[in-house]
Design a protein around this ligand. Structure first.
Ligand code: ATP
Ligand code: MG
Length: 471
């Protein structure tokens, strides 16, 4: 079996190509051409592939053959004729005439392209205009055939001179040549297009594989980094607790009286130790959140209470800085959440708000109930009609320096700070928001930052209510 044109490579199609007639021409167009020639000249016409498959047929039923088929000898002769038409070699000239037992003639013309035979056309049967008598080769087929009938049917055959048919064949060949040429051109163009698409697909696939490999490597590195962070932070915590403990004891004079200046130094050691401990706790939290080993201790949480608590905790620092810290809230449903972690989220956001708001500014904490879109939770085996769920939105807004649009996404990255210059006034390490984001994610919630009106930033944390509260 030969492969179809689209299966072959471009090289095969262009160099020493092995295309067949159906590769090059559209069957419909070929049939159309054959029919119009038949209508124009009245000579039956059939087109075959080199292997003998019929591609176009504009001949209709020939009544004489139908009559002959009625006798077994007649049928045998017709079959013999068909076989010899299939087998006849058109020779070097590419065309040959064959006169059969009925006295009718066929013209067999080879279809060649690029010096290769790819099919044949058979024009006929047609009778010479001069033939009047029944040929004996026809009457001898079977003595039982009715001569009167034979003569009548033979008369129905188209009549044409052999030279005329040869000329028609030449016209046909040149029309077909044109069709073959444009067919070949179209085939090459589409094959080239296909080849180039295949080529770009191969390129893309190779690039994709490389990317996947790079991604896997990065993921592995990320995992190693998290492990490393977790181990180092954990190991740092123990000696640091001793440093803090001993500096506290020194400060309190347990190891003997110390001068005010020494006390001041020890106080600095203590304060910096505490600061370092906070940082280490943050790193530990982050690595636990990244590795998914942080466990949440969930219970019913009343968000207004939480807000009040956070406001109270930060009130002294706000007063010291001269920033107004206010809070307000609507009645909201309770949340099924880890209260310590939610407090940590609000505290981190409120501390940032205070840090980035100059004196005389305002920081406000509030909450209200909203609806939020959640993804279907298949684990619970429920198909909700709507994926909207009641939720509580907590808002921490300030009138501070605000966050430029291009930075709003990045502030949630670990260690990212908008202004990381050495002249930056605000302290911190850039871990707070990345921990906030991960804690909120762990509660299936969302955190976003927007501009506050007229200045400053507003962080909104939305946590969905427990599904059980729906029913
Ligand atoms: N309310 C805010 N107003 C303006 N900028 C903010 C605000 N909150 C956060 N940012 C910007 O986002 C950065 C990241 O915040 P994040 O809380 O992660 O780190 P940090 O506060 O600098 O350090 P850490 O929280 O680890 O002590 C901040 O450094 C700041 O540039
Ligand atoms: Mg912070």
């Amino acid at each position: 079996m030969t492969a179809s044109a689209s299966d072959r490579t471009l090289d095969e199609l262009t160099l020493g190509s092995e295309f067949s007639l159906p590769d090059l021409v559209d069957r419909g167009a070929l049939g159309e051409m054959a029919r119009s020639f038949h209508e124009l000249f009245g000579v039956p016409l059939r087109i075959f592939t080199e292997e003998g498959a019929l591609l176009a047929d504009a001949s209709g039923e020939i009544a004489l053959y139908a009559y002959l088929e009625g006798s077994s000898k007649g049928r045998h002769e017709v079959q013999k004729l068909i076989n010899s038409l299939k087998a006849v070699d058109p020779g070097d000239a590419g065309e040959v005439s064959l006169t059969c037992f009925t006295g009718a003639t066929y013209r067999v013309v080879a279809i060649t392209y690029d010096s290769r035979r790819i099919g044949r056309m058979i024009l006929g049967p047609f009778l010479s205009p001069t033939l009047r008598e029944l040929p004996s080769s026809l009457t001898d087929v079977d003595a039982s055939l009715n001569h009167q009938e034979l003569k009548k049917l033979l008369e129905q055959m188209p009549r044409a001179r052999e030279e005329t048919v040869a000329q028609i064949a030449r016209h046909l060949k040149s029309a077909l040549d044109l069709i073959l040429f444009s067919g070949h051109k179209a085939l090459l163009t589409s094959s080239m297009h296909l080849a180039s698409v295949k080529e770009s697909f191969r390129d893309l696939k190779a690039k994709n594989d490389e990317l996947q490999e790079a991604y896997n490597r990065l993921k592995e590195l990320d995992r190693l980094k998290s492990n490393f962070l977790a181990t180092v932070s954990h190991e740092l915590r123990t000696p640091l607790t001793s440093i803090i403990g001993y500096s506290e004891m020194l400060k309190e004079g347990i190891a003997g009286e110390i001068s005010p200046e020494q006390k001041e130094f020890v106080q600095t050691i203590h304060d910096k130790g505490e600061q370092l401990l906070e940082l280490i706790k943050g790193l530990l939290d982050l690595s636990k959140l990244e590795s998914g080993t942080m466990s949440l201790r969930k219970s019913d949480v009343q968000v207004p209470q939480l807000i009040e608590d956070v406001a109270q905790t930060l009130q002294p620092a706000a007063r010291k800085k001269g920033v107004k810290l206010e809070h307000s809230f609507d009645a909201v449903p309770s949340l099924w959440a880890d209260p310590d972690r939610l407090r940590q989220v609000l505290l981190n956001l409120a501390e940032n708000a205070l840090k980035f708001t100059p004196p005389d500014g305002t920081v406000s904490l509030s909450c209200d109930s909203v609806m939020m879109e959640v993804e279907h939770d298949e684990a619970e085996g429920l198909v909700l009609l709507s994926n909207q769920r009641p939720a509580v939105a907590m808002r921490v807004a300030d009138s501070g320096i605000g966050i430029p649009d291009g930075e709003k996404e990045r502030v949630f990255d670990a260690f990212y700070q908008v202004d990381s210059s050495s002249t930056r006034e605000a302290g911190g390490t850039g871990l707070g928001l990345s921990i906030v984001k991960r804690l909120v994610d762990a509660h299936d919630g969302r955190v976003a930052v927007e501009d506050n009106d007229p200045t400053g930033a507003a962080f909104v944390v939305t946590i969905p209510c427990r599904r059980a509260t729906l029913v």
